[in-house]
Write a protein that binds this ligand. Structure first.
Ligand code: BES
Ligand code: ZN
Length: 454
């Protein structure tokens, strides 16, 4: 048994207790009612870094969603590793679908259930525990820098501002982002790209106020009808998004990349039945499911509000309707350009009698990263030792807004993770398998050790 795995064996139940303390803090960044909880989560992490003998810790840039900054114990001559993660989480609703309270971490069947356990608190703790394991015998393997933000789930504005003012915070040889999942159980992954996102709110107004649907029905314009017509026209039944210009910059991955994806174990039926849990998969059927997920843009309607949806019936013609929508973006597209295309398309589709307002809520650009630097060898070795398999190279359909900015700064960017695809990110009953958490501590511990030896 290596000293790392001994450490994990001896401390794993304490690690779960510590993680559970962090999970009890409802640090939802998307609604202001949780501002003080976000701050509290940041303070918790800062205290945790202090326990790890960090030489400097600071809460930076914002009262409500501070960025946790930390400098680990000094390791002269060793590489500098920047660990990025986020302590904020998505809202837990619908609450009624949770089997246990989202902020009361609960173990069932070897899985820890709580909002944020896989995305991203459990992963942040696993990396830091790995570091703790690797320094235990007195020698510090790497110069660790920690940058944990509290707005990843809401666009990352605070961190963008901070890095503009203090670019030196990101000086490092390697950046580690553990906010993703294995490809499949037993198949660790290193990510070569993330999609971007352009999230917007579309509001349609058709009259000064709501109207009696008997007195005015037949002549008065209906805001919901106008909005729905617009939305329905934005995507063809084939799955093709009808925003002129949207596909112009989409570049098909090379044959070599596509062949790599084709060689991954993948069962469309299993994926549909166990992950998507639907009767069918939709989208552009000319492309494989993985290509649709990783290399093509999307358009989704997240929710529609306005008008009457209360108990009973109310005969009213709504004068205003609002939809939250987003597009996922692929390499070469940019969020700012796509927002303009969306605005133009919506305005053109809107009936002349409707006032349409499109407001950006947040955005992030897509990113591709190289995975040929020597540090990937160390990570690969760590995964082989712990999991028995080297990571597969894949992309993610999800987004992490700050990653393109971090990548620009020159350090080698490692995108990986210890979750599993069925962890239920952003959904009810989010979980992290405890053995993934323990393996994660071990993988990162070995990774830091190997980096220190290199
Ligand atoms: N951890 C996820 C990113 C992710 C999702 C990776 C799925 C792998 C698979 C991240 O925390 C996230 O959810 N990001 C948001 C960003 C957005 C709100 C700006 C996302 O992708 O929706
Ligand atoms: Zn995340």
């Amino acid at each position: 048994m290596s000293s790392i795995s001994e450490f994990v064996e001896d401390t794993k139940s304490q690690a779960v207790d510590e993680l559970s303390d962090l999970l009890r803090i409802p640090s939802v960044s998307t609604v202001s009612a949780h501002d003080s909880d976000c701050r509290h989560a940041a303070e918790w992490i800062e205290q945790y870094l202090k326990r790890l003998n960090f030489s400097r810790t600071e809460l930076k840039a914002d009262e409500n969603h501070p960025v946790v900054w930390g400098v680990g114990p000094n390791a002269p001559g060793k590489p500098t590793v920047l660990v990025y993660g986020h302590y904020d989480v998505q809202p837990p609703d619908p609450l009624s679908l949770w089997e246990s309270d989202p902020f009361t971490p609960t173990v069932r069947d070897g899985k820890l259930y709580a909002r944020g356990v896989s995305d991203d608190k459990g992963q942040v703790v696993a990396v830091l525990k790995g570091f703790e394991a690797a320094v235990r015998n007195g020698e510090v393997p790497v110069n660790l820098r920690v940058l944990i933000e509290g707005q990843e789930e809401s666009g990352g504005e605070v961190l963008f501002g901070l890095l503009e003012r203090e670019p030196e915070l990101t000086e490092a040889d390697v950046v580690v982002v553990s906010d993703m999942a294995y490809y499949l159980p037993g198949y660790p992954a290193v990510y070569t790209g993330l999609r971007g996102i352009c999230y917007a709110e579309i509001t349609v107004r058709t009259a000064k106020a709501d109207l009696h649907s008997g007195a005015y029905g037949g002549v008065a314009p209906n805001a919901h009808e106008a909005l729905l017509r617009i939305l329905a026209k934005l995507k063809a039944p084939s799955g093709r998004i009808r925003i002129p210009g949207l596909y112009d910059l989409v570049e098909r991955p090379s044959k070599q990349i596509l062949n790599g994806w084709k060689s991954l174990p993948f069962s469309e039926t299993k994926f549909r039945k166990h992950e998507v849990r639907s009767r069918a998969l939709t989208g552009l059927s000319r492309y494989t499911v993985l290509e649709r997920l990783w290399a093509l843009p999307t358009f989704e309607i997240h929710g529609i509000s306005g008008g009457f949806t209360g108990e009973g019936a109310k005969t009213v013609i709504p004068s205003e309707a609002m939809a939250k929508v987003s597009l996922r973006l692929v390499p070469r597209q940019t969020a700012s350009k796509v927002l303009l295309l969306l605005k133009k398309a919506v305005r053109e589709l809107a009936p002349s009698y409707a006032d349409v307002d499109i407001r950006s809520i947040h955005s992030g650009d897509p990113v591709l990263v190289n995975t040929d630097a020597p540090v990937f060898e160390s990570l690969s070795r760590a995964f082989v030792e712990v999991e028995g398999r080297a990571p597969v190279l894949i992309r993610s359909g999800g987004s992490i807004p700050i990653v393109p900015e971090l990548r620009k700064r020159g350090a080698t960017m490692i995108l990986t993770g210890i979750g599993l695809p069925d962890d239920g990110l952003h959904a009810p009953n989010e979980k992290l398998n405890l053995d993934q958490f323990y393996k994660g501590m071990e993988v990162f511990g070995r990774f830091f050790e190997l980096l220190g030896e290199a």
